[in-house]
Design a protein around this ligand. Structure first.
Ligand code: MG
Length: 378
């Protein structure tokens, strides 16, 4: 059995508030279209990829999909666009999927292929959670027209799977009428449409808030970092870019800002970019006495090149002396500003080690840190 995928990407994406098609705006280094295609490639059961693009996006989409998919031009309506893609479909089963649903799972793809292959059709749905009503105009306001209830009502998703020959026949009989989706064309002109269990996470990115909230959460990264420096006479004690009055300071090739180092390692780790020793080796004279706040700037640029920005940071300073409590607000303010986050997104705590070990003997200071990063639009 062979499978064709048709990705519908010919919409204009105007509701998402972008000046171009929302599927073609990179987030965390990749467009929604690329993420969606990658998921289907990973599935391993798709033999033919067809992407339907609008005339305006055609060249760009063709560049994005080079060597992966055949790109065809869409029509005025979704029905017309799918028909254009369907003409080229050669698989026994065809899956039709919204390009704006990048969170489709392998379980759902497999269920749709298997059900369509067995019964001729597969329509993923999720039961509605809230009571549904329809509305009617009432002067300038809207009023309830009908209570539709909540039992037995479903939201329809994609991918929708079909026996290719049967769907082509259905479309041939559909004429110029506009349909909600391919399931409706099949139901009207081919036969019963079989429901499969959809996925609540398989959302269609439609509105600006989908990109601002949902997408960053889905693509969120977490990293941890740890650092330790020896306390010696004749050095400054710098924490988070702030000089703390103390008889001793931290020893290191750079300014030995142990807090900023642990935070930088957490940020680098979140985007799988090794650690500060890799990027700023202590064998390099360039970094002798380096201001760690400047290195932090470089680290943030590395994360941004990977498509991420820092959302929040947490750090715990382990030091027997000096007492850090009075300095935490200033350290927080300075480091948050350098990280490009607000003070309420940077939690810094300090603890002694009750006199235990090398920290307890005031031989050194350690910091453990966690950073949360979210995806950024490019
Ligand atoms: Mg260090």
């Amino acid at each position: 059995m062979s499978v064709t995928l048709i990705l519908a990407c010919a919409g204009k994406g105007e509701r998402a508030g972008f000046d171009k098609n929302k599927l073609l705006v990179p987030v965390a280094g990749k467009t929604c279209l690329e993420r969606t295609i990658e998921t289907f490639i990973k599935n391993g059961r798709i033999d033919q990829f067809i992407v339907v693009a609008s005339k305006a996006d055609f060249d760009y989409v063709q560049k994005l999909c080079a060597n992966v998919a055949t790109v065809v031009e869409g029509g005025e309506t979704r029905t017309r666009s799918v028909m254009n893609g369907l003409e080229l479909a050669s698989g026994d089963v065809v899956l039709i999927h919204d390009g704006a649903r990048p969170f489709v799972t392998q379980r759902l793809i497999n269920d749709c292929i298997d059900t369509a292959s067995r019964y001729g059709s597969a329509l993923p749905v999720v039961p509605t959670r809230d009571t549904m009503v329809s509305s009617a105009s009432y002067g300038d306001e809207s009023v309830v027209r009908d209570y539709l209830g909540k039992g037995g009502l479903y939201q329809v998703q994609t991918p929708q799977g079909f026996n290719t020959t049967k769907l082509k026949d259905a479309y041939a009989r559909a004429g110029e009428k506009i349909y909600n989706d391919d399931g409706e064309v099949y139901k009207n002109h081919a036969g019963d449409v079989v429901l499969v269990e959809g996925d609540v996470d398989n959302l269609k990115l439609t509105y600006p808030e989908d990109f601002d909230r949902l997408y960053p959460i889905k693509l969120c990264r977490v990293g941890t970092g740890f650092d330790c420096h020896r306390l010696v006479d004749g050095r400054k004690l710098i924490l988070g870019g702030v000089e703390i009055p103390h008889a001793k300071g931290l020893l290191g090739h750079s300014d030995a800002d142990v807090l900023t180092h642990a935070v930088m390692d957490a940020v680098l780790s979140a985007v799988c970019e090794r650690d500060i020793g890799y990027h700023f080796p202590d064998t390099d004279e360039k970094y002798k006495g380096a201001d760690s706040m400047l290195l932090l700037k470089e680290v943030l640029a590395i994360a941004e090149r990977k498509g991420y920005k820092v959302a929040s940071v947490s750090a715990c300073i382990m030091a027997q002396k000096p007492k850090l409590l009075p300095h935490i607000p200033e350290i927080t303010k300075n480091l948050a500003s350098a990280l490009g986050i607000t003070v309420d997104a940077l939690g810094i705590s300090a603890t002694t080690l009750e006199g235990l070990g090398f920290v307890g003997r005031e031989e050194g200071i350690c910091v453990q840190s966690t950073a949360t990063l979210t995806a950024v639009d490019e």
